[in-house]
Design a protein around this ligand. Structure first.
Ligand code: ATP
Length: 458
């Protein structure tokens, strides 16, 4: 795995995975842009999550709610009052810090210990809505995707006739005005989340919580993260948010340290209870603020008594960008080769690789070879396995190295033997397939190529 953030940042910029946001104007702190390969990797990770959460299960529905959010949603969710980090100012150099991130209570810039008392800083971004800038005509950019799920609870239940237990999954952007964005894409101001809200009958919540922790750990292992670099951290009572009954953080050994990749919380009936009307009718277990604004009862029939119930919710909440950083960290490998040289190879799981296959014609100035190579590309593309890259730089060795570095699992070479013009006529209509990890090469008939590759891409 990568041991420093610098080597990842450098690879990401050099090969087109991730660039600083607004780069040509000096950058906008806390924003990053995903380049040609980064967008593929990120999409593949999100697709793997969606597949595991929605397609492979029979108890989860999908959702894509809006980013602009009514202030009442974020007032009743508790975010207006409490979605804050403790901020301190350095009296010496005037810089600002998140108090709980400072080592030994020292300013990171000048080392001074002359700091103000921490005060709460609200992390939500506000934006004006509509052409008339009036007091109050603003909306929030959502600080998490979860609230869109809670506010659509009734819509989803009514339109799908779901009964407990069931979940709603969503992937999308979230925005937080972090006091100190840092560590590349680990802590940024604009990021993506993959969140599931899984609604259950109270009393079954502890068991569902443990099940989700296991399922999520297994999913991250399936994305290539090694068990030895993952840790499930059970928050102690005094670390828990006031509404949470339990929370397990999945930590990963990032280059900058062991840090949170995903949180899995048992949030009881706090969220739906906070957003429902007629709160007093439902015997809520969570302590919620009064709500005179909501127009809907966020209930579902109790599985046994059929009485309206505000269910408990288990929330696995993962960061897409932190996921991308984790799989890049794990995949990054430096190998010393027999000839004394070194190669950098991204050993990404094939389903995450931005490019699935590179097709390389042995010579770019031989029309028959070029034509054949393009036909092979089209044949592979038609199978729908993802991006197939036609690369006719003419230098096969360099092509292999470039594709090692971006994690392309297979390189396919078309040569004179393919055309039936080599020494061995039995090689006609075969191609060379080179494996990224072992660097071994095999000769495969073109008509078996799609099946060969497909079998090895999962
Ligand atoms: P932290 O303690 O690191 O600030 P958090 O506990 O506030 O994170 P949650 O509110 O639980 O984070 O958000 C769920 C997930 O969203 C996190 O596990 C993380 O993967 C992702 N996430 C949260 N904030 C950021 C951020 N600023 N940049 C990138 N990803 C983030």
């Amino acid at each position: 795995p990568a041991t420093t953030m610098d080597e990842l940042v450098s690879l990401c910029k050099r090969r087109g995975f991730i660039f600083p946001g607004s780069d040509i104007y000096g950058g906008l702190q806390g924003t990053y842009d995903y380049g040609p390969l980064g967008v593929e990797l990120k999409n593949n990770l999100k697709a793997a999550w969606w597949r595991a959460m929605v397609y492979e299960r029979d108890d989860v529905e999908g959702l894509d709610a809006s980013i602009l959010t009514h202030r009442l949603v974020l007032r009743h969710s508790g975010h207006e009052a409490t979605f804050t980090d403790p901020m301190v100012d350095c009296r010496n150099c005037k810089s600002r810090w998140r108090a709980d991130q400072l080592k030994d209570n020292k300013c990171e810039k000048c080392g001074s210990t002359d700091l103000t008392e921490p005060r709460p800083f609200n992390l939500m971004f506000k934006t004006a809505v509509g052409p008339v800038a009036e007091e109050g005509s603003f909306a929030y950019l959502r600080p998490e995707t979860a609230q869109g799920i809670f506010t659509n609870f009734k819509n989803v239940v009514d339109s799908t006739a779901r009964r407990l237990p069931f979940g709603i999954a969503q992937i999308g952007k979230a925005f937080r005005n972090e006091i100190t964005p840092r560590n590349f894409i680990f802590r940024v101001r604009e990021f993506e989340q993959m969140e599931l809200e899984f609604f259950v009958q109270p009393g079954t919540d502890d068991q569902w919580h443990s099940q989700w922790v296991e399922a999520r750990l297994q999913w991250w292992r399936d994305q290539g993260l090694l068990s030895e670099n993952l840790q499930a951290y059970h928050q102690a009572g005094d670390e828990l948010a006031h509404y949470a009954k339990a929370c397990v953080d999945i930590l990963y050994k990032f280059p900058h340290g062991l840090e949170e990749l995903e949180g899995i919380a048992n949030r009881t009936d706090f969220d739906l209870g906070s957003h429902t009307r007629s709160q007093a009718d439902f015997g809520l277990s969570a302590n919620v603020d009064p709500n005179e604004d909501s127009t809907a009862k966020l209930t579902i029939p109790h599985p046994e008594t059929q009485k309206p119930l505000v269910p408990f919710v288990i929330e696995p909440s993962a960061g897409v960008d932190r996921g991308v950083l984790a799989v890049l960290t794990e995949a990054y490998t430096k190998e010393s080769l027999e000839n004394g040289s070194e190669r950098i190879v991204l050993k990404l799981k094939p389903h995450l690789a931005p490019i699935k296959v590179a097709v390389l014609p042995l010579a770019r100035n031989k029309p028959e070879i070029v034509e054949k190579a393009k036909a092979v590309k089209n044949l592979l593309m038609a199978t729908g396995i993802g991006r197939i890259f036609y690369e006719d730089t003419g230098n096969i060795g360099k092509g292999y190295r470039r594709h090692d570095e971006v994690g392309t699992p297979f390189c396919v070479t078309v040569d004179f033997d393919t055309l039936g013009r080599g020494d061995d006529p039995s090689l006609t209509d075969t191609v060379t397939v080179r494996d990224r990890d072992t660097m071994s090469q095999v000769r495969i008939p073109i008509n078996e190529l799609a099946v060969y590759i497909r079998e090895r891409l999962v």
